[in-house]
Write a protein that binds this ligand. Structure first.
Ligand code: ADP
Ligand code: MG
Length: 479
């Protein structure tokens, strides 16, 4: 057969498929269609059979047992005498099952039993279900195949968030609405949300799950406004079973988006659909978001992801090594990284990846010296970071108090002043917000922190003892 003929045959088949698809969509409905049928692609037209590709084995088995007969029936109206519809899984490029977006050589060859078992993160299957009116635009964002529950390491700091996420993923009825996950950057919020989506898609492919960033939500809303298409915008979002919006702090100050978000949110909650939200801070700390929205966001389950402790960091590194099949990284090096890269999990992972990539590149085994050398900048940046706990400990020590005095309600002057100094230093030396600082000091209000900061600023001008204390402490903490 000539190349051109072959091309034309495929084109014909594709046109047939697009008609068949339309019928399937109206027969099975959007949710099923989007989960199972939409990802199918025509790859070959044989004499009396067509071959469709399916992103994963799991999907293939499901489509085969549930839909393939109907596909064949519909297709034989297009091509009388059509004998069969075959399903294949793309076999090429096995090695790139994990989408190696950021970490280059290390992840490119990474494959593990765990990755192999779940729906492969191929683009088609990875795109959230729910499609735009013309069928070309997806409302959700793609999911990262690595972000599953299997790959999430649980420790004290993320236990509640993990349990709540699992609960949402495993139940078909709404347990609490919304689930609000919050915490600093790189601590696993996005990972947990994707994990929920993967789990539901595997267990209940009929449920429609949409994950997207607040930014994308806003983008689509603004677009809908521009094209006077807000009706279908509303409909799309309001027809999902589980809606997850990541990083809602992004809509702070964006009034009309907030308004729309709030309506969508209320509509879903009213219809008993699950909503999952994430932000970099708690609902009550979301400055620039209307009070009624903030308070509504806090009605369900609010779970925070706290900074990691050493054990969790080590656990994460060990698990990453397993996933990457890198047993060659000595335990000592992992311990070193867990000790020194304390900022967040993203940097921790990045550090490990860099060391492994370097060792592969130069063809030498990973050593402690190598890690120190390759990660100089990262280690230095982590050393410079001072935590509120460090400050409290230092200040308590300096003024001969107990650490608990920093958090307690006691108002004795001997305790109040040092506590104010510590709050002041926390504001100066960390990037924490006033409410966050207040919380770390025994759940105090942000106005108390603000007052402390002002008070110490004044005293530094007028009282040289205080000025000396503050400078000394600052130098010790930064040194
Ligand atoms: P966030 O959305 O909170 O900024 P991410 O979910 O993007 O953070 O996490 C950053 C990186 O750290 C991701 O690669 C994620 O897989 C990883 N990560 C975070 N927490 C964990 C954990 N507990 N176990 C395994 N990997 C984690
Ligand atoms: Mg995130």
């Amino acid at each position: 057969m000539m190349g051109d003929d072959k091309g034309t045959a495929i084109e014909h088949a594709e046109q047939q498929w697009s008609r068949v698809r339309t019928r399937l969509q109206s027969e099975y409905g959007d949710a099923t269609f989007n989960s199972w049928l939409k990802p199918l692609r025509v790859v070959e037209q044989k004499d009396n059979a067509v071959v469709l590709s399916v992103p994963t084995r799991f999907m293939r088995d499901w489509v085969k047992s549930h839909y393939v007969d109907r596909i064949r029936d519909l297709w034989s109206r297009e091509v009388p005498g059509l004998q069969g519809v075959e399903l294949t899984i793309p076999t090429t490029k096995k090695a790139s099952t994990s989408p190696n977006t950021s970490e280059g050589p290390v992840k490119a060859s990474a494959r593990s039993a765990a990755t192999a078992r779940r729906p492969a993160p191929s683009r088609q299957s990875a795109v959230a279900s729910g499609n735009h009116r013309d069928g070309s635009e997806e409302i959700g964002a793609p999911l990262d195949g690595r972000y599953t529950f299997d790959n999430f390491v649980v420790g004290n700091s993320n236990e509640l968030a993990h349990a709540a996420a699992r609960r949402v993923a495993e139940s078909t009825s709404v347990q609490f609405n919304p689930l609000f996950l919050y915490g600093g950057v790189g601590l696993g919020k996005t990972h947990l949300m994707h994990a929920i989506a993967w789990h539901i898609r595997e267990q209940h492919p009929g449920r429609s799950v949409v994950y997207l960033s607040a930014e994308k939500f806003m983008y689509q809303f603004v677009r809908a406004l521009r094209y006077k298409d807000t009706m279908s915008f509303k409909q799309q979002f309001r027809s999902v079973d589980v809606l997850m919006i990541d990083d809602v702090q992004f809509i702070s100050g964006k009034e009309s988006t907030q308004e729309e978000f709030f309506h969508t949110f209320n509509a879903l909650v009213d219809f008993n659909r699950q909503v999952v939200i994430s932000a970099d801070r708690s609902p009550s700390d979301l400055e620039g978001i209307e009070e009624r929205i903030r308070s509504r966001l806090g009605w369900g389950m609010v779970a925070d992801l706290q900074p990691t402790d050493y054990e969790l960091r080590l656990g994460i590194l060990q698990s990453k090594c397993e996933i990457l099949e890198r047993t060659s990284v000595p335990e000592r090096v992992l311990e070193f990284l867990a000790h020194r890269i304390t900022s967040n999990v993203r940097e921790l992972e990045g550090g490990l990846n860099r060391v492994v990539a370097y060792s592969t590149l130069v063809g030498r085994p990973v050593t402690l010296e190598m890690a120190q050398d390759v990660l100089q900048d990262l280690l230095r940046a982590n050393d410079r970071r001072v935590t509120i706990e460090d400050i409290q400990r230092r200040v308590a020590d300096y003024f001969n108090l107990r650490l608990s005095d920093m958090l307690a309600k006691r108002r004795a002057q001997s305790v109040v002043r040092p506590r104010q100094v510590a709050m002041y230093l926390a504001k100066q030396l960390t990037s924490r917000s006033l409410p966050e600082i207040g919380r770390k000091f025994g759940g105090r209000d942000h106005t108390t922190v603000m007052h402390a900061v002002r008070r110490i600023e004044e005293l530094r001008q007028t009282d040289s003892n205080i000025a000396d204390d503050v400078d000394l402490l600052k130098r010790m903490l930064e040194g």
